[in-house]
Design a protein around this ligand. Structure first.
Ligand SMILES: Cc1ncc(COP(=O)(O)O)c(C=O)c1O
Length: 434
């Protein structure tokens, strides 16, 4: 018997109300309504509890309602909330901290509110700085839903029937090695999709390329990680072609992959690094890390954002960085992530339906297929697993180009025993399908 029959009565009532009043355009989720959460555990409005593998879409990196994070926010709310572009101690000291924490060439921090705003700003600034207007991005990529960010999307689902997108956007294949667009493998391809960039540019560019934008791993496309060395070769390609390099760390930053920033794995030095999600651990905030030499082209007042860098967001991020240091959460991400990846790869070898498992630190994807030989994606099996996980007390979500990948992204405070319990649930559910 499953642990819960869902939705519970209070959840059912609220889900009905949501269907009636919220328009239904947000993504499908498991059938329960969150009431409160602590650490790695969510409690729904009916009192049922779930271990969290979502971090509310990779946001609550210090865990839900971490007492130190909550106290810092409460303290700031009672002191000062919004002086707009006036400097505040919170914003200025955070900018310094961000400059010190990110790659050495990134010596300017521009605070914003959402990830889309940060990627959008990076592309706009790249155009203004170079005087060129073209942006190259990658198949499957996701950079947000504002017009510029959407135009860089490599997934039709993000831009379907919103056309025309901005002119000057061109796309090239990403190394989705499980489903290689060139039908080859990383050990023998010589990074074919990278050398193909020259063909893409030759065929599509008017010679006005300003920047390349890429996620260091693709989140929305299904947690797709490029092979080692691929990103540093892309950075070299950008330098050789006088193209600014935007590394979109909105999702991959703040400890998620077992390093504070994923750029650290290959010692990357992008010209822009948009950062979001985990930076506020639940408080809406983002920033764009870039270079002073680029920002110096602007006249005062050319860039700003009403709530960007507000003191509450900045206090939240300071607390996140403090908690990371005190509780060694980035290290925890690497350590527990390794254990969970091992468990899930073991499950992949036993199950007929787990086609691929990939990840780094506490971000992994489980890709479900109807048949391992043909790799036919299966939304149907994916949703059977998602619903059964909810009934057993595990909160998961679905992503992927084919809607067939379960995201594994718990808060970085997850303990060994929570990791073990949650992997046990996933194993029980998946093996129950055989
Ligand atoms: C890599 C990446 N860039 C940008 C965004 C957009 O961020 P936001 O939803 O905060 O605007 C997202 C959101 O999922 C993302 O994953």
């Amino acid at each position: 018997m499953p642990r819960y029959t869902l939705p519970g009565p209070k959840s059912a009532e609220l889900i009905k109300m949501s269907d009636e009043y919220e328009g239904g355009a947000t993504s499908r989720q498991q059938p329960f309504v969150w009431d409160h959460a602590e650490g790695c555990t969510i409690t729904d409005v009916d009192g049922n509890t779930y271990l969290d593998w979502t971090s509310g879409v990779l946001v609550t990196n210090v865990g839900h309602c971490h007492p130190k994070h909550v106290a810092a926010i409460q303290n700031q709310v009672g002191r000062l909330m919004c002086p707009y572009d006036f400097p505040t101690p919170e914003r200025v000291t955070l900018s310094k901290r961000m400059v010190e924490a990110t790659p050495s060439n990134l010596d300017a921090c521009f605070m914003l509110t959402t990830g889309s705003e940060a990627t959008e700003a990076a592309m706009r600034i790249a155009k203004r700085y170079t005087g060129r207007h073209e942006i190259i991005s990658f198949y499957g990529g996701f950079h947000g839903r504002t017009m510029g960010a959407m135009s860089a999307a490599g997934k039709m689902g993000t831009k379907k029937q919103y056309g025309p997108v901005l002119t000057g956007h061109i796309q090239s294949p990403y190394p989705y090695c499980y489903r290689c667009p060139f039908d080859t493998t990383p050990d023998k391809c010589g990074f074919k999709c990278l050398s193909f960039l020259d063909d893409v540019v030759e065929a599509n560019s008017t010679g006005q390329l300003a920047a390349a934008i890429i996620e260091p791993y693709q989140g929305g496309a299904g947690f797709i990680f490029p092979p080692d060395g691929w990103l540093s070769q892309l950075e070299q390609w950008c330098q050789a072609n006088d193209v600014l390099f935007i590394l979109d760390e909105v999702q991959s930053s703040f400890g998620r992959t077992g390093k504070l920033f994923m750029a650290e794995y290959e010692d990357l030095h992008p010209n822009f690094m948009p950062i979001g999600k985990g930076i506020g651990s639940g408080i809406p905030t983002s920033c764009l890390m870039t270079e002073k030499r680029i920002m110096e082209i602007f006249e005062p007042g050319e860039l700003s954002s009403t709530t960007g860098g507000n003191p509450v967001s900045c206090a939240a991020t300071h607390a996140v960085l403090d908690i990371f240091e005190e509780e060694k959460l980035v290290e925890n991400s690497a350590r527990i992530g390794e254990y969970m990846l091992g468990r899930l790869q073991d499950l992949q070898s036993k199950s007929d339906f787990v086609g691929d498992v990939r990840g780094k630190g506490l971000v992994m994807g489980i890709e479900f297929v109807a048949d391992k030989a043909t790799k036919e994606p299966s939304k149907d099996i994916t949703w059977k697993v998602v619903d059964a996980c909810a009934a057993e007390g595990l909160c998961v979500g679905v992503v992927g180009v084919y809607g067939s990948v379960i995201r594994v992204a718990p808060p970085l405070v997850i303990t060994e025993s929570e990791a073990e319990q949650s992997c046990d649930i996933m194993e029980k559910v998946v093996m129950g399908l055989q």
